[in-house]
Write a new protein. Structure first.
Length: 292
């Protein structure tokens, strides 16, 4: 795989171990990112995924993000939320519950553990002023689409009363099962939309990851227009490779962002690409590209 988000989600807390790897390149990157932030248009709420910048200390990433006009750091856990708050940032899509990508709601044997895990995180989210949390379908392991849908619906419906009580929206990520997450079940928008309909709550929506869905089905703008009511969050990424979203890859992000804005979406769009060049320079360029 070109990257391992499974590993990244488990090891972000070990960031301090990478500090000796930071070089003058990073210092230069920080200086560039802290130049006066351009005036953003305000149509897109910008976020960035923590794991893509795990070698940068969180305080430094927060400072740089603030300078760029980014309002949120995605995929952060309870121990990181106070740092974000210190810089006036939120976490538009937090983590901190569940069993990871492979063991999800499509397997009833995990339901009791998953329900307990999410019910435990809801009050913590409330206390931190956050109102979403990421979740996953789990891998197929030979399971049919219909069986997986029914199992996910059963497990997630158990959580909806508590999610609604706490004002938390659970957001399931659409991931590709072709390149990065072999055997993952929630790998097509239609499957995720069907699950939303079965659950029937505004407190369950989808994370539409543009990179992943370009790999699985393409037709990005039409899909956004047709299914935007079921989408609670967006992630970016250049395809192929999940690197910068510039002219080196096949997606044209300004048009995609305009389509998102045209739907009336008021949530967040998070950059989730692995920079091949100077990381904060690439991040700033991506924010400007997406600021339609």
């Amino acid at each position: 795989m070109p990257y391992s988000r499974r590993t990244a989600l488990k090891t972000l807390t070990g960031t301090a171990l990478t500090l000796p790897l930071l070089t003058t390149s990073f210092s230069r990157s920080m200086a560039q990112s802290q130049q006066a932030a351009p005036m953003l248009k305000g149509h897109i709420n910008h976020s960035v995924c923590r794991w893509c910048y795990s070698k940068i200390p969180l305080d430094d990433l927060c400072k740089a993000a603030k300078e760029m006009g980014i309002k949120s750091i995605d995929l952060t856990g309870p121990e990181e939320w106070p740092v974000l708050k210190k810089y006036g940032l939120t976490s538009a899509l937090p983590q901190g519950a569940g069993k990871g990508i492979g063991d999800g709601f499509n397997n009833p044997k995990f339901h009791d553990e998953l329900v307990a895990s999410y019910e435990a995180i809801f009050p913590k989210l409330n206390a931190a002023g956050l109102n979403t949390v990421i979740c996953f379908s789990g891998n197929r392991r030979g399971m049919s689409n219909e069986e997986g849908l029914e199992n996910c619906a059963v497990g997630l419906k158990r959580l909806m009363p508590s999610a609604e009580k706490h004002g938390i929206t659970m957001i399931m990520e659409l991931l590709n099962s072709k390149v990065d997450h072999k055997d993952y079940m929630c790998d097509h928008t239609a499957w995720g939309v069907d699950l939303c309909k079965r659950i029937g709550s505004e407190n369950f929506k989808l994370l539409y990851d543009i990179y992943h869905m370009q790999i699985m089905e393409g037709d990005i703008i039409r899909t956004i227009r047709e299914h935007n009511k079921y989408i609670g969050h967006y992630h970016t990424g250049g395809n192929p490779g999940r690197n910068e979203i510039d002219e080196s890859q096949e997606l044209y992000y300004p048009a995609i962002m305009k389509a998102i804005v045209d739907t009336g979406f008021k949530g967040y769009v998070a950059q989730e690409f692995i920079p091949k060049r100077d990381p904060l320079t690439s991040l700033k360029e991506a924010v400007l590209l997406c600021d339609v």
